[in-house]
Design a protein around this ligand. Structure first.
Ligand code: AMP
Ligand code: DBH
Length: 573
């Protein structure tokens, strides 16, 4: 097959909702989109400071020059394997150095990483591979009892179109696999990569994508039965990196510690590892987010900024407050970002006195809009708001149930559009008609109010989702799994309050016939259907019938009140 035929696989208007040309021209004219690609960005940084350390993970310590060279060698290997522009590649790697290498290699040849999360299992991965028609799936090393190679073999069996499984680590193929796996170590070319070809666009005989091409597919936390994929272009995503780095005070001397799984949009791009590399700084990848791991890394690497979710912020604050003074030297830390879920003002207030750094609240979404408190905001603003949008041309509307604009200060549904917020999900026309207004506003599903200074205060959520300490669970997705059980007549999943995660998942189940609901068995059933552990209902409650609203919809509001009532009742047994 010739190169041009392969390149025919790039996305078209059936896959993604393109930017209206007039708006694209506007974002270019205003300087938001600058024609940069991930590939050109890394190349420039590597030329400017080849010996500056870019990525630190475990024993690995790669300079910009090394990261750049690895990305080139792997890009050649991926092309040789038959992966080309427009191909989708599901990436499921934890916080390892190879994450950056694989990303840049794929991005350089215009192949699209699809960012799966480490806890995802067969149900999610097989769906991503099938829905995105992925040609390859990249996995890492075993983690505890979980061996990703077994999962990959199962996925191969259910998604025959998946051509390659690529292993960052020992590629010994399990007996169950239908085709041999490929080791990342065997893919990197040992010859000299042809940089001219890598950097040139297809029309010039090269491999590089255009800045207006979709670069990657991010994941939405979702509120429907199946997860949604989010197409992001080089132009718009690189804007978010540039602006995030600026608002977080990142310079080439900055050191970002990644403690959350880096495939998440937040540690990937706000500013995360990619924003740090954009700024020419150093990324340190933590294998886990515990204080015992993260705090010594802050001291050792002189970390200047890190990003956590609210429950982790609380854990770190308690660990530091409870430890003898001076155990870990955190004086290098200038900024602690907290985002992904609502941070209470009480916890927010503890950050500066306990850690000696500035808190930065981040309210963001993989669909686009990211809002930050500014480093020089007064303490009250930092503690009580979720910041201001990062772009001057981000538009916000707060509306009532009928899409009518509310007066400033009233709480309502947040709609947004702007230079980096998507106009539609990947291959989801029916859902797009609901999630976007005809004018291109994205319905965030969040309930917010705006302050006179333009700050956003998140007051709640209307979308049918549980935010489990930053990890999003779509209620309908789990309801569908529960309904697949023969003893379940009806099911509804809602959030229940939790002192640590703020919310956990509670499944109300109406049994079929007279049998009582067996909670542990149902939880096991959901887990064995191959969903990520964080989505398995934390609690299962039996109910005679699901409460309904006037129009016959399940009343989740009544169910949330019901679980609060049941939890406050003394145990009966
Ligand atoms: P997703 O669309 O899956 O990327 O998840 C984004 C959602 O996470 C937002 O729409 C909010 O519901 C939630 N979120 C993110 N950051 C915050 C925050 N700082 N406070 C409250 N909710 C947040
Ligand atoms: O929760 C999120 O999805 C999120 C939070 C903070 C995000 O996508 C981001 C910043 O970019």
């Amino acid at each position: 097959m010739s190169d041009t035929e392969r390149l025919g696989t790039t996305l078209d208007a059936r896959d993604v909702v393109p930017w209206p040309p007039a708006l694209a021209a506007r974002w270019r004219a205003l300087g938001y989109w600058r024609g940069e690609t991930f590939g050109s960005m890394l190349r420039e940084r590597a030329v400017a400071r080849p010996d500056h350390v870019a990525v630190v993970a475990g024993r690995e310590r790669w300079t910009y020059g090394e990261l750049d060279d690895r990305a080139d060698r792997l890009a050649v290997g991926l092309r040789t394997l038959g992966i080309a522009a427009g191909d989708r590649v599901v990436l499921q790697l934890g916080n390892v150095a190879e994450f950056a290498e694989v990303c840049f290699a794929l991005l350089r040849i215009g192949a699209l990483p699809v960012f799966a999360l480490p806890p995802h299992r067969h149900a999610e991965i097989a769906y991503f591979c099938a829905h995105a028609e992925a040609t390859a799936y990249v996995i890492g090393l075993p983690d505890g009892r979980f061996d990703p190679r077994d999962l990959a073999a199962e996925v191969q069996a259910t998604v025959p179109a998946l051509e390659h499984v690529i292993v960052a680590g020992d590629a010994a193929t399990p007996a169950a696999a239908s085709r041999p796996f490929v080791a990342l170590d065997d893919l990197r070319t040992t010859g000299e990569p042809d940089r001219g070809r890598i950097d040139a666009h297809a029309e010039g005989g090269g491999w590089a994508p255009r800045s207006s091409d979709v670069a990657l597919l991010q994941l939405s936390g979702g509120s429907t039965g199946v997860p949604k994929l989010i197409p992001r272009t080089h132009d718009e995503y690189l804007y978010t990196l540039r602006r995030s780095a600026e608002l977080c005070g990142l310079t080439p001397d900055g050191v970002y510690l990644a403690v959350l799984p880096v495939a998440h949009n937040y540690p990937l791009s706000s500013p995360g590892i990619m924003g740090t590399l954009y700024a020419g700084g150093r990324v340190v990848l933590a294998p886990d987010p515990s204080p015992a791991t993260a705090l010594p890394l802050i001291e050792r690497e002189r970390v200047t900024i890190t990003g956590v979710v609210p429950p982790l912020a609380l854990t770190w604050l308690d660990a530091v407050a409870g430890s003898r003074a001076g155990r870990d030297d955190l004086t290098s830390l200038a900024v602690l970002q907290v985002g992904g879920a609502k941070l209470s003002a009480a916890v927010a207030r503890r950050v500066r006195p306990t850690l000696g750094c500035t808190l930065q609240q981040v309210f963001g979404m993989a669909e686009g809009l990211v809002s930050y408190t500014r480093l020089d905001d007064d303490e009250q603003t930092i503690v009580t708001t979720q910041g201001r949008p990062m772009a001057e041309h981000d538009e916000l509307r707060v509306v009532d149930d009928d899409d009518r604009d509310l007066p400033l200060g009233a709480t309502g549904h947040l709609l947004t559009r702007g230079p980096y917020t998507i106009r539609g999900y990947y291959r989801a026309p029916v859902h797009n008609a609901r999630a976007f207004t005809p004018g291109g506003w994205y319905r965030t599903g969040d309930l917010v109010r705006l302050t006179p200074e333009g700050g956003i205060v998140v007051e709640g959520r209307e979308k049918d989702q549980i935010n489990r300490g930053g990890e999003k669970v779509a209620a309908e997705e789990i309801e569908n799994h529960l309904l697949a059980h023969p003893a379940v007549h009806d099911a509804a999943v809602v959030a229940m309050p939790d002192p640590y995660l703020d919310e956990r998942t509670c499944a109300f189940v109406v049994p079929r016939g007279d049998a009582a609901v067996d909670g542990p068995a149902l939880r096991r059933f959901v887990r064995e259907r191959g969903v990520a552990a964080f989505k398995v209902p934390d609690r299962v409650e039996q109910i005679g019938a699901l409460p309904r609203t006037n129009v016959g919809k399940v009343s989740k509001q009544d169910l949330r009140a019901e679980i609060v009532r049941r939890l406050s009742r003394p145990a009966e047994d």
